[in-house]
Write a protein that binds this ligand. Sequence first.
Ligand code: ZN
Length: 282
Amino acid sequence: MGDVVLYAQEGPVAFVTMNRPEYRNAQNSAMTYGLDDSFYRAAADDSVKVIVLAGAGAHFSAGHDIGTPERDVDTSFDRRAGLWWDHVGKAGGESRYAREQEVYLGMCRRWRELPKPTIAQVQGACIAGGLMLAWICDLIVASDDAFFADPVVRMGIPGVEYFAHPWVMGPRAAKEFLFLGERVPAARALELGMINRVVPRERLAGEVSEMAEKIAAMPRLGLALTKKAINQAEDLMGLQTGLDSVFGLHHFAHAHNAEAGADSLAGHDARSMRDARRSAEG
Ligand code: ZN
């Protein structure tokens, strides 16, 4: 899986760590498949009861890779989230749709169904594609320096590919979150019910480990069934059909951008998104 994702185990807890700190853990496909390898390994290993997802360095994840030298959107991988064909070598919307079904929507759905409890350990930036990784975890513990944002409306796109916003924070908060695209601090995310706990930065890893150890004392099947029960309840509240319907709007936006402007991201990259945020903040 390479070293873009690290895997370690302490007692019954597996630690899966995104490891591109020099790029604030921007997710390229190598990382996506590295995460999938790690989650599969932890799910299959009987000695693992709980899985922690963390990010190395100062930030959890700044989102999808839209500009590092290792951006690998034109690379083929062994697909496993679904049965969509390889996006490489396909044109336009067909390529984008097949790719994002696999590496974004499909992978996130697959990981959400991992039948063991997962905890996201979030510090610093948790932006756009970073939200997707935190949201598919069962619990989210953040440090007091963490912040959350989905700024892709600036690209003319109605949120990231895994559109869980109205379910993880409520519809009205989701509109504010998306319309403004601003950084929401951990304390506000806690008020919205989007995360479970906020702790001082130096307490983050300790808090998560203690929580994981306590959960690990529960019976494996009981945990798996409880997770499934709550995921099913979320699905009955429309999460799955919501994800599918908004995925269509998301791809209409990509296609509109590609048809009417520079590219499917409305000409934006990581730098221009940062500059746009700074000028909006004044
Ligand atoms: Zn997209």
